[in-house]
Write a protein that binds this ligand. Structure first.
Ligand code: HEM
Length: 445
C-alpha cells in the first residue's frame, strides 16, 4: 500500500517506463521477417516510428533499435557493467566457446581484451603488409579474364589465407591445405543463411547438438589444439610475428599463461569475426567501384602515384554504404533512460549501423557512393560505426582496413573491372553478414 502511494506522483515526471513502439506483429512473424529482410524491416520501422523503436526477435528477446547518434554515443560510452555486449552475442557461444572475447562481459571481457589488444595495435599491421600483398597478388593472378566471375568466394579465399598466415602463423603448405579445408567446411556453416532462423528460434544450445555441426567443430578443434601444442613446445618463438605465437607468450594480470581452451576460443573468434566480414566488405568495394568507373579510374591513378587518401576514403565509404553487420547489441543489466524511454533491465539496445549511416543530415544523398565525402571529413566516432564502438569496438578494425587497402591496391594495379550487369547488386542476408546478392560478379580484363 505504502509503495503505491509514494510511486504514483513520481510517475508523472519520469520518462515513459515502457519500451518504444514497434510493429504489432507476433514475435515469430517478426523473427521470420528479420531473418530474411532485416534492412527492409529497419527502413519501414524507421519511417513509421522514428529514431527509436522496438523489434521482438524470438531467442534474442526485445531489441530497442537506435538510429540517433546521441543515443548511440550514450550506448558506446555507457558503463560496461550496464551495457552487456557479451550477453547480446550469446548466439555465437556454441561455436566460439565460453572464453571467446565476443561472448564475455565485465572483468572476464577486459581480461581477454588486454591479452588480445597488443597484437592488433595499428602500427603492427605494417609488418603484415608483405604477406598480405603476396597472398592477394598470387590469388588475383589466377582469376580468369573476359568472363563473368564472382569475387566474394575468392575474397574469402584471400582473407582466410591471410588469417591462417598472420593470426595462426601457419607456414607449411601441407598444413595450410589441411586447415584451410577444415575451416572452410566449418565456416560455410556460419555463413549458411538457412542456419539463422533455427538459431534464432531454438537458441544456440540446441543447435550445437546437431550432428553435422558437432562433427565440423570437432575436426577444426583437433587441428587447432595440435597447432597450439606444437607452438608451445617449439622452444624459441623469436622471429615469429603471428598472433598465436604472441598469445603463447602473453600472460594474465596474475602472471598465469592462457589455457589451451582460451587460446582455441580466441583463435576461432578472430577467424569467424575477421574472415567473412573483411571478405564481404572487399566484395562490396569491388561491386560499388565497378558501377562507378570514374571513381575506379581515380582510385587506380592515385594508387599508381603512391597516394593512399582516395583508397582510404573508398574503404570508409564502402563500409558506410554497405556495412556488413547491420546492428550492434548491448543487453541492459539495469534500467536506463535512452531517447525519452526508461528502458527496463533485460532488453537489448541495438544501435543500427544501417540507419545511422543513412541519415541525410550527416550524409547528404546517403544512397550515393561517394568516397569524396570522407576526403576532408574523417569519419565521426558515433556517426560512422561499421566496427561498433566503445570498449567493445572491433579489435580488428585497423587490421581489416589495412588488409582491404592492400588487397584493393593489388587488384586495381593488375586488372580492369567491369560489372556483368549495370544494375547494382542487391543486399542479401547470410547468417551474420549482409552480402552482395550475386557475390560481386564482374568481368576482369
Ligand atoms: C570489415 C571487417 C570487419 C567488420 C565490419 C567488423 C565489425 C565488427 C563489429 C560490428 C563488432 C562488434 C563491435 C561492438 O559490439 O561494438 C566487431 C567486434 C569484433 N571484431 Fe570485428 N569486424 C571486422 C573485421 C575484424 C577482423 C579482421 C578481426 C580480427 C582478425 C575482428 C575481430 C573482432 C573481435 C575480436 C571483436 C570483439 C571485440 C570485443 O568484444 O571486445 N574483426 N567487429
Amino acid at each position: 500500500m505504502e509503495a503505491a502511494t509514494t510511486t504514483a506522483p513520481q510517475a508523472v515526471t519520469r520518462p515513459r517506463r515502457r519500451v518504444p513502439p514497434g510493429p504489432p506483429l507476433p514475435r515469430a512473424v517478426q523473427t521470420a521477417i528479420w531473418s530474411r529482410q532485416a534492412r527492409r524491416m529497419l527502413f519501414s520501422c524507421h519511417e513509421r516510428y522514428g529514431d527509436v523503436f522496438t523489434l521482438k526477435v524470438a531467442y534474442e528477446g526485445t531489441w530497442v533499435m537506435l538510429a540517433d547518434p546521441d543515443a548511440v554515443k550514450q550506448v558506446f560510452t555507457g558503463d560496461p557493467r550496464v551495457f552487456h555486449a557479451g550477453e547480446g552475442n550469446q548466439i555465437l557461444a556454441p561455436v566460439l566457446g565460453r572464453n571467446s572475447i565476443l561472448v564475455l562481459d565485465e572483468k572476464p571481457h577486459i581480461s581477454q581484451r588486454r591479452l588480445l589488444l597488443p597484437p592488433f595495435h595499428g602500427e603492427r599491421m605494417q609488418g603484415y603488409e608483405k604477406t598480405m600483398s603476396e597472398i592477394a597478388a598470387e590469388e588475383i593472378e589466377r582469376w580468369p579474364t573476359g568472363t563473368p566471375y564472382q569475387l566474394r568466394p575468392r575474397m574469402q579465399a584471400i582473407t582466410l589465407d591471410i588469417i591462417l598466415r598472420t593470426v595462426f602463423g601457419i607456414r607449411e603448405a601441407e598444413k595450410l591445405v589441411e586447415l584451410r579445408d577444415a575451416l572452410r567446411d566449418f565456416l560455410d556453416l556460419t555463413t549458411n543463411p538457412r542456419l539463422l532462423l533455427p538459431l534464432l528460434l531454438v537458441g544456440p544450445g540446441r543447435v550445437r547438438k546437431l550432428g553435422s555441426f558437432r562433427r565440423r567443430i570437432d575436426r577444426v578443434d583437433r587441428l587447432i589444439y595440435r597447432e597450439i601444442a606444437e607452438r608451445r613446445w617449439a622452444g624459441s618463438l623469436a622471429g615469429r610475428d603471428d598472433i598465436l605465437s604472441m598469445l603463447v607468450g602473453a600472460t594474465h594480470e596474475d602472471g598465469s599463461a592462457m589455457s589451451d581452451e582460451e587460446m582455441r576460443d580466441e583463435l576461432l573468434t578472430l577467424l569467424v569475426a575477421g574472415h567473412e566480414t573483411t571478405a564481404t566488405s572487399l566484395a562490396w568495394a569491388v561491386e560499388r567501384l565497378s558501377r562507378h568507373p570514374e571513381k575506379l579510374d581515380r582510385l587506380r591513378d592515385e594508387v599508381a602515384a603512391g597516394a593512399d587518401e582516395y583508397l582510404t576514403a573508398t574503404i570508409q565509404e564502402t563500409l558506410r554504404l554497405r556495412p556488413v553487420i547491420s546492428i550492434v547489441i548491448r543487453r541492459l543489466t539495469e534500467p536506463v533512460e535512452i531517447g525519452g524511454y526508461e528502458l527496463p533491465a533485460g532488453v537489448s539496445v541495438t544501435p543500427s549501423v544501417y540507419l545511422v549511416h543513412r541519415n541525410p543530415e550527416i550524409y547528404p544523398e546517403p544512397e550515393a557512393f561517394r568516397p569524396e565525402r570522407f576526403l576532408d571529413n574523417p569519419p565521426g566516432t558515433y556517426t560512422w560505426i561499421p566496427f561498433g564502438g566503445g570498449v567493445r569496438r572491433c579489435l580488428g578494425a585497423s587490421f581489416a582496413q589495412f588488409e582491404m587497402a592492400v588487397v584493393l591496391k593489388e587488384l586495381v594495379k593488375r586488372r580492369e573491372i567491369r560489372p556483368v550487369k549495370q544494375e547494382s547488386e542487391r543486399v542479401f542476408r547470410r547468417a551474420i553478414t549482409e552480402t552482395p546478392r550475386h557475390n560481386a560478379e564482374v568481368i576482369l580484363r
